[in-house]
Design a protein around this ligand. Structure first.
Ligand code: SF4
Length: 356
């Protein structure tokens, strides 16, 4: 039985002041650095992907956040500046679907001067129109979700009245605007789109773009996740290797989410993201800021930490910095390492609320 979305618990931000930051780069309880900030700029989306925002839950009656509740571009930029001061090197804009937020290029223009690697994850349906402006504003790269090349399968997975060609045009426009190489994310669900794995690999071979195959995950509490629907990355690689021999590549940096593989014939690279069968929590350096101004220290968190009360309640940059540093230093998340059938049923924050 799929539940309605119940708001996630937020620990108050206006509680006791955090201890002053001592100036050393924050490291969590597992000695992981704070390096990667993911910012959800909206909880809305024009798709209803079955693994993220199933329509039967996120239906016409679903209460999305009112504009007054979401952080303004200035509040997001202020928060990001404080994170960069604490050592963050990479900022990823997510949603929901970030490109449904009006004038997103204006936020990009506020974030670009911070000097962090600035990227965005999108379903690509609005990318063709917005890519030049985003690039001009300072965006460096994009990741586009594409779960199938076949329209019927695409619609079954994303439950949106959008053609695959629209997303492919978005990818081409991003590349033309200088946002290449584009990363393409395919969430693989057994008996739904796994028959498309080799087709997607074949389509992007030699393009310079990198397809990453993502194991279907028990994110949130509404997608009805079952282990039986997961296609392990080992199986994905075996299927592709049977057509296009592969060899593994070393990670480019600590905490890289995708395991990298290259085609032996030089036709490029792919990746697999294996949160279910090969957990990568040991060097996870990601924190997420929800569109409502709460921090989540894990994609599978059951509670968030409100920052908005400080942002809107006259909190100083130092007070916000101290709160973030204290939160990270106390972090010990490693959900994917401890996942069980029981934990999969825990009430967890929705991915559409904090981004992937
Ligand atoms: S499960 Fe949580 S701790 Fe593990 S990699 Fe994902 S976000 Fe990081």
């Amino acid at each position: 039985m799929i539940e309605k979305v119940i708001p996630i618990r937020l620990e108050s931000g206006a509680a006791a002041a955090a201890p002053p930051w001592d100036g050393t780069p924050p490291r969590d309880a597992l000695a992981r650095p704070l390096r990667d900030l993911r910012i959800s700029v909206t909880d809305r989306c024009n798709f209803r992907c079955v693994y993220c925002m199933p329509r039967e839950v996120f239906d016409a009656n679903h209460a999305f956040l009112p504009h007054s509740a979401i952080l303004s571009f200035e509040e997001i930029a202020r928060t990001a500046r404080i994170f960069v001061g604490l050592g963050v090197k990479k900022i990823r804009l997510t949603g929901g679907e970030p490109l449904v937020r009006k004038d997103l290029h204006k936020l990009v223009a506020l974030l670009a001067p911070l000097g962090a690697d600035l990227t965005l994850t999108t379903n690509g349906s609005l990318l063709a129109r917005q890519a030049p402006k985003l690039r001009e504003a300072g965006l460096q790269r994009v990741t586009v979700s594409l779960d199938s090349l076949d329209d019927a399968t695409f619609r079954r997975m994303n439950d949106a009245d959008v053609a695959v060609t629209t997303v492919l045009e978005g990818i081409a426009a991003a590349a033309a605007a200088g946002l290449a190489p584009v990363k393409i994310n395919m969430v693989v669900k057994r008996a739904m789109n796994d028959h498309q794995i080799v087709d997607l690999a074949r389509h992007f071979r030699g393009s310079g773009h990198v397809v990453r195959f993502i194991e279907y995950m028990d994110v949130g509490s509404t997608n009805g996740w079952r282990m039986d629907d997961v296609v392990p990355s080992a199986e994905v690689l075996a299927r592709i290797n049977a057509h296009f021999p592969l060899e593994s590549l070393d990670p480019q940096y600590a905490g890289e989410v995708a395991a990298r593989w290259r085609y032996r014939d030089g036709a490029g690279e792919i990746g697999v993201i294996s949160s279910v069968t090969q957990a990568f929590c040991r060097d996870c350096n990601r924190i997420r800021l929800s569109t409502e101004g709460a921090l989540f220290t894990c994609l599978f968190a059951s509670a968030g930490h409100d920052l908005k009360a400080l942002l809107r309640g006259g909190g100083s940059d130092e007070a916000i910095r101290d709160r973030i540093a204290a939160l990270w230093n106390g972090r010990s998340d490693r959900y994917s390492e401890i996942r069980t059938a029981e934990t999969a049923r825990l009430r967890k924050v929705e991915m559409s609320y904090i981004g992937g």
